[in-house]
Design a protein around this ligand. Structure first.
Ligand SMILES: *Cc1c(COP(=O)(O)O)cnc(C)c1O
Length: 230
């Protein structure tokens, strides 16, 4: 049987080890547990081990879980595809959005974020490997979008997110993460204050840590293989 407690402990140990190896402060690397397609019971098992940040991709499924777990002090991160008909629910129910990639969606979210809540934390998704099938802005579009988001009072620009092209090789995995980190440094040099590099998943976590990730989005290594979506 897959034990979530054991797996979560192992992942946290791996983060500490990789941080040591690459001269990073482990406390500056947050673990986002990606719970898409997993039942509420699996999330509860992670909560029992002290996990508080959860990432979800599918809005309806996420809203059900958020409601079921509302007594717990959790932070919910939307990391799925962003469509216009979803922005209102995201603005109302999530603390973070990792997949912003358009001015129009930024404006909508800003208008829809309830006044009773703090600003929505936002990462801009960058299509760093420039894959046509993937969401995200390219590097040329990044600065103008970041400037727009930074001006919106109901959004708080925290940083950048990427989902790079797949590679099984450590050095190849590092390259896109390094590029994202450079784009992040460049934005900061224009005067924006950022603190989040959302990069690294189960298969490229160590490469992401080596290149400065501050938020790992890990699903499979914590919860096991996902049931196939039909
Ligand atoms: C599913 C997903 C993850 C987690 O992937 P694993 O390989 O299971 O760790 C991370 N980020 C995004 C955007 C995802 O959709």
């Amino acid at each position: 049987m897959h034990s979530i407690a054991t797996a979560l402990h192992t992942v946290n140990q791996q983060i500490i080890q990789a941080a040591e190896e690459f001269n990073r402060t482990a406390a500056r690397i947050q673990l986002l547990a990606v719970s898409k397609t997993q039942p509420t019971a699996a999330i509860l098992a992670a909560i029992d081990c002290g996990q508080r940040h959860f990432g979800e991709n599918y809005l309806q499924e996420a809203l059900t879980k958020i409601e079921a777990l509302k007594e717990y002090p959790l932070e919910w991160h939307f990391i799925g595809a962003l469509q216009s008909n979803k922005t209102r629910a995201i603005a109302e129910h999530f603390q973070w959005l990792h997949t912003l990639d358009s001015h129009k969606q930024a404006q909508r979210l800003n208008e829809q974020r309830p006044e009773s809540l703090p600003p929505l934390n936002v990462c801009i998704q960058v299509n760093i490997s420039e894959e046509p099938q993937k969401a995200g802005v390219n590097l040329a579009e990044l600065t103008p979008l970041a400037e727009t988001v930074a001006e919106l009072p109901r959004l708080r620009l925290r940083g950048l997110m990427t989902l790079p092209a797949y590679s099984a090789h450590f050095e190849q995995q590092r390259r896109p993460f390094r590029q994202l980190h450079q784009a992040y440094d460049q934005l900061q040099s224009t005067g924006l204050t950022l603190d989040t590099l959302s990069m690294g998943m189960t298969d490229d976590m160590k490469a992401a840590i080596a290149e400065g990730s501050t938020m790992l989005r890990i699903g499979t290594a914590i919860f096991g293989r996902r049931p196939q979506k039909t």
